[in-house]
Design a protein. Structure first.
Length: 273
């Protein structure tokens, strides 16, 4: 990828992280750690890869994104606002009464949200349905889904993994936000899903492991996924929970805690504000 494009994506990811901090601080509620860990992936998808039209959010031929780990929606909302689906100023209504920006995504109310999510484990099943519909309708749009590493402890994820492979849904590309932490502690201690790569390979998936904060690696993985025929692709993105804010990085306590005013300002300062 050209350096100029990488710089643009880095700037967008940084803007997304700034918005996440402001959203959660303003609401005094939200899930900050896992939103920060997916900012680079979301930046790449919306500002490099996905074919979407903010002026026509329900365009039938658009690419789709299912944020299966719906509690990280502060990052999704930030990307959608930066893309132009709704005003950036609206982000500060996050999780407030009457807002379109609820604590979990709502496809009925929020422009650009392709699927209502929040009950963990269901997103891949939905993505499969979208992808199968594309095959049946002979459409060439692609479906992306972002799952959490704690989320794949859910049995439905593995049923969906079998389904995607069985139907050869090569238009499904999943990202696993593999930051190693969930609300109750380290994923490997709560209920280890390892070895993740081997398991998805055994389920018939094309599996690629990357640094989820490296745009060249994200780009290469997505291009490999598009080139792979007859199999869905799982991109295991090794990430840092709380990425970009030193005192939040790799700290399980920042899974679902809002920063106070002092912490907000310190975080924003680290992000260049």
């Amino acid at each position: 990828m050209e350096q100029e494009k990488i710089k643009e994506l880095q700037q967008k990811a940084n803007a997304i992280r700034q918005h996440v901090i402001r959203e959660v601080a303003q609401a005094n509620s939200g899930h900050i750690g896992g939103a920060l860990s997916i900012a680079d992936i979301v930046s790449y998808l919306y500002f490099k890869e996905m074919n979407v039209d903010p002026s026509n959010p329900k365009w039938q031929d658009r690419d789709r994104l299912v944020l299966s780990k719906g509690h990280a929606c502060a990052a999704l909302y930030a990307a959608l606002a930066e893309k132009g689906f709704f005003p950036v100023e609206e982000l500060l209504t996050f999780r407030q009464t009457g807002t379109r920006l609820q604590g979990h995504p709502d496809m009925r109310k929020t422009p650009g949200v392709d699927m209502s999510t929040g009950s963990l484990g269901q997103g891949l099943s939905v993505a499969n349905g979208m992808a199968l519909a594309a095959k049946l309708d002979k459409k060439d749009y692609r479906v992306f889904v972002i799952l959490g590493d704690g989320e794949i402890q859910e049995g439905q994820v593995w049923e969906a993994a079998m389904t995607a492979a069985h139907y050869k849904l090569d238009n499904v590309t999943a990202f696993l936000d593999y930051n190693g932490l969930q609300i109750d502690g380290p994923v490997k201690e709560v209920m280890s899903p390892s070895p993740v790569e081997d398991k998805f390979k055994a389920f018939g998936w094309n599996v690629i492991s990357i640094d989820g904060h490296d745009f060249n690696q994200i780009e290469d993985a997505v291009q490999q996924a598009k080139a792979c025929k007859g199999k869905p692709t799982m991109i295991v993105a090794n990430t840092v929970k709380g990425k970009g804010v030193s005192f939040m990085e790799n700290q399980v306590g920042w899974h679902g805690v809002a920063p106070n005013e002092e912490e907000r300002d310190a975080a924003l300062k680290e992000l260049g504000v």
